[in-house]
Ligand binder design. Structure first.
Ligand code: NOJ
Length: 610
């Protein structure tokens, strides 16, 4: 699945034809000039004053799929703890764990039934406390996923709310009497959801299909659900909801989590008048009319909540961070989520404009990276190319290319993620080039939207398959006879162990980039300035030197043909003459020492200029 598509962005099918099986080309021709390893060397002293998240690499873990410690075929918290050495050796600063709270698992944890505990299938509260403590020893902070837009319908709050109109919790969710089914202006879509002579109050469509309103006979009302009907939306206009949600956050902040990734945070509020959304034409995978989201997404009221939430997070020591799942239409909308020049909302709303261009187009990346550098009021960008809702970047950018080209393109993606000034967010498996492995038969699909949307929408299982650690049973993920999702066939050669042993692997490319970024003040803080701005084949930029350290140049060939470029860092005010290569996957560029370079197809080159 492609979540941006759910959020009314281009559909997954528009983005790519789904993945073919991939065999890792272990003996590639890639050569990496730099050989440093990604140990956790301390960041240069002048930069330690910045909050940790400013220079961080954050790694998203889908807990069902990372490491199974008890042989039940599903990942768990103790499994994550077992893999802390790996995470540390990779050089990551924090893990974001997708929801591990008690949940009926309709949406695999994004339907929380208790905010203050751990689902037994993932372990216990004590396991989480141990993970936080062990993480600290490994310099790996723990960030939790906080789902505030909705709860599970099995949360006691909702059970109470749905029990009667007079229950004190009734107003904790968004209820409405609906309209008479034979009333004026009722659409055919609304009529499909008629109950006891009433239809939903408007044409709002759930992002997961069908009406966004569900009838509850006991109260004779509909409740609103942006996602599955088992995920009723909380009513954020009720101050008691905010208090309960903040209390849940405090529960975890008190236990030492480093912050939260805020799920679906722009959709906390809905239009109080419940106006019909304008129809945008056509139908979605489930056959419902496509509608806009102007009355259900990114309403201005949400910012008051976020400012209060930020003040709460700031009341804790240690720079607790608030990260937003913010699919937004443009950079100006993103800036608002920081609080603009006031810097008083989220520290890191995700910039989805850069990582999800889904097109190898230098001009697009140039513009969007530049926007992030110049149009967010001095706030800190957060780039992300992969997560548990989208086809993996390996496929989104590599589709239609040869295996060797895909390898190179994955290096380009990693280079863009790790060589700008942005905080970086990656997703388990991206570092080894895990491939989207979408089920080929509907009976194998686990993600409910893949079942209701089949075959147009095949769900998100493909990007959630078990982590591939080695070539043993189930790729070292689990000792169970079967795992919750199958381990992709390519695990025998595509795994952490094999790539660790191969100096030219994608994993080692990541490690070198991460080490370079960690140890070089220019990489940490140097301004990013675009070069050669009319070039439609090569993306190049310079990071301005910091604290006496030389500037860094980056050049990426986005095409299948060699490209000769002459970089002109003077245009960015950089006057040095002596050029040296720091890192490249092109053997011919290892010794490059001139501003004129011939980049082989899809080559990445990083150099310095003094
Ligand atoms: C966004 C999450 O990333 C996705 O996995 C989930 O289904 C929805 N929000 C609903 O919580």
């Amino acid at each position: 699945m492609n979540l941006p598509s759910l959020l009314r962005r281009p559909s997954r099918t528009q983005l790519l034809a789904l993945t073919a099986a991939f065999v890792f080309a272990a003996s590639s021709s890639f050569s990496i000039a730099q050989t440093t390893t990604a140990t956790k060397a301390p960041v240069a002293a002048t930069h330690t004053a910045a909050p940790w998240w400013k220079h961080a690499l954050i790694y998203e873990i889908y807990p069902r799929s990372f490491q199974d410690s008890n042989g039940d075929g599903m990942g768990d918290l103790n499994g994550i703890t077992q893999r802390l050495d790996y995470l540390q050796s990779l050089g990551i600063d924090a893990i974001w764990i997708a929801p591990m709270y008690p949940s009926p698992q309709v949406d695999f944890g994004y339907d929380i039934s208790d905010y203050e505990n751990v689902d037994p299938q993932y372990g216990t509260l004590a396991d989480m406390e141990r993970l936080i403590a062990q993480g600290k020893k490994h310099n790996v902070r723990v960030i939790l996923d906080m789902v505030l837009n909705h709860t599970s319908d099995k949360h006691q709050w909702f059970i109470d709310s749905a029990s009667s109109r007079t229950n004190p919790k009734h107003d904790w969710y968004v209820w409405n009497d609906g309209l008479p089914a034979d009333g004026p202006n009722v659409t055919a879509f609304q009529k499909r959801f008629e109950h006891e002579g009433r239809v939903p109050p408007n044409n709002w469509v759930s992002l997961f299909g069908g009406s966004a309103w569900e009838w509850v006979p006991a109260v004779h009302q509909f409740y609103y659900h942006e996602f599955y009907k088992q995920q009723p939306d909380l009513n954020w206009r009720n101050p008691a909801v905010e208090k309960a949600a903040f209390d849940a956050m405090r529960f975890w902040l008190d236990r030492g989590v480093a912050g939260f990734r805020l799920d679906a945070i722009p959709t906390l509020f809905e239009d109080p008048q419940l106006r019909n959304e304008p129809e945008t034409g056509g139908t979605n995978a489930q056959g419902d009319p496509n509608v806009s989201d102007i009355y259900t997404n990114n309403l201005p009221e949400v910012h008051d909540v976020i400012r209060r939430m930020r003040a709460m997070a700031d009341s804790y020591p240690g720079n607790r961070v608030l990260i937003g799942e913010t699919y937004l239409p443009n950079i100006a909308a993103l800036d608002k989520w920081y609080g603009g020049a006031k810097h008083n909302e989220l520290q890191l709303p995700m910039d989805m404009q850069v990582g999800f261009t889904n097109k190898l187009d230098p001009a697009l990346f140039r513009q969007r990276i530049n926007d992030a550098e110049t149009k967010i009021s001095g706030n800190q960008p957060l780039f992300v190319f992969d997560n548990h809702d989208n086809v993996r970047s390996w496929d989104r950018y590599g589709d239609g290319h040869t295996q060797q080209e895909k390898q190179s393109i994955a290096r380009i993606v990693a280079t863009m993620l790790l060589t700008t000034r942005a905080t970086a967010l990656t997703y388990y498996g991206a570092e080894i080039g895990m491939v989207t492995s979408t089920p080929t038969r509907v009976e194998d699909v686990k993600d409910p939207i893949g079942i209701t949307g089949w075959p147009k929408e095949k769900g998100r299982d493909g990007e959630r398959t078990p982590m591939q650690w080695d070539d043993s049973l189930n790729a070292g993920f689990s000792t169970a006879a079967t795992t919750w999702l199958p381990v992709p066939d390519n695990y025998k050669t595509l795994n952490v162990k094999a790539e660790s042993a191969d100096p030219d692997s994608l994993l080692n490319w990541h490690k070198k980039l991460i080490a370079m970024r960690r140890n070089n003040p220019t990489m940490l803080d140097g301004q990013t300035i675009m070069l050669d701005e009319s070039n439609n084949a090569v993306l190049s930029y310079v990071r301005k030197g910091v604290a006496g350290h030389p500037a860094v140049l980056v050049a990426l060939n986005f095409t299948a043909t060699p490209q000769t470029i002459t970089l002109d860092p003077k245009s960015a005010g950089i006057t040095g003459k002596s050029v040296g290569t720091i890192l490249t996957d092109a053997p011919s560029l290892k010794q490059a020492s001139s501003l004129t370079l011939t980049l082989p197809p899809f080559a990445s080159w990083i150099g310095t200029i003094n």
